[in-house]
Design a protein around this ligand. Structure first.
Ligand code: ZN
Ligand code: FE
Length: 253
């Protein structure tokens, strides 16, 4: 594998990912300078890229300090260039970024915010999904519409099931209770949740999560499920209706 990923926990429940390829090093969503820089120094790395998934401060607050400290270029969605500090290059859907001996592709995934993007490494089967897809959950709709978020999740859903999902937040355990409520007959979910509980007991990350697992267990990717439709007592509804119900209920949960 030509991509090495280091997960650095910051704040209460964020991860910053340090990506290391043959000769390039990227920081994904460096929301903080000091804690991430400490990790970089320990690993003896020199970052030359920052990849921002969206404009929220917990993903971008380290940008300018890193730009001062290292010779690096900041990449974000073209949409977010005006509201993310220090951006050099604006990206659009389908664009490729060459990274060491590998590359990633940009997926434009609006919903959580209007400019949200994800970084997909097809050769390594890794997706840096920001706050779009979480394990057993999905991002809140701060700016986008239900339809945008639903379609963004659909695009992730179509990636190969072996894709490792690197989302930015350790929300898995918190999402688990909700998922078990709305999808109580799902045995694979129960199995996964007990694995998650064990990992968290040992203070270990649940991220990355496998897309296959999310397809089986994440209610937001299971809007077609009869059991979830029954939970909401919906008949003759579209998957989009189910998604809307799930998202609304999760907000109040
Ligand atoms: Zn966010
Ligand atoms: Fe966030």
């Amino acid at each position: 594998m030509s991509l090495n990923v280091h997960s650095i926990p910051i704040f209460n429940d964020n991860y910053v990912f340090i990506l290391q390829s043959e000769k390039d090093v990227a920081l994904v969503d460096p929301g903080d300078f000091l804690s991430v820089n400490r990790a970089i120094i320990q690993l003896s790395l020199k970052p030359n890229f920052i990849f921002n998934t969206h404009h929220h401060w917990d993903h971008t607050d380290g940008n300018l300090s890193f730009k001062n400290a290292y010779d690096l270029k900041i990449y974000s969605s073209k949409y977010d260039m005006v509201r993310i500090p220090g951006v050099d290059i604006g990206l659009v859907d389908g664009q490729k970024i060459y990274f060491g001996d590998t590359f990633c592709e940009i997926l434009f995934l609006p919903g959580h915010t209007l400019g949200h993007i994800a970084f997909y490494f097809p050769q390594e089967s890794c997706l840096f999904s920001g706050d779009t897809l979480f394990s057993l959950g999905c991002g809140r709709l701060f700016e986008g519409t239900y339809i945008q978020m639903y379609q963004s999740l659909k695009r992730i859903q179509k990636l190969p099931p072996k894709t490792q999902i690197y989302c930015t937040h350790e929300y898995t355990q918190r999402n688990a209770a909700f998922a078990c409520d709305v999808d109580s007959k799902n045995l694979q979910l129960k199995e996964y949740v007990s694995k998650v509980e064990n990992l968290r007991k040992m203070d270990k990350p649940t991220i990355p999560t496998l897309l296959q697992t999310e397809l089986e267990c994440n209610p937001f990717l299971r809007c077609h499920s009869k059991d979830i439709q029954d939970y909401f007592q919906l008949t003759d509804c579209s998957e989009m209706d189910v998604f809307k119900q799930l998202r609304d209920l999760r907000n109040q949960y």
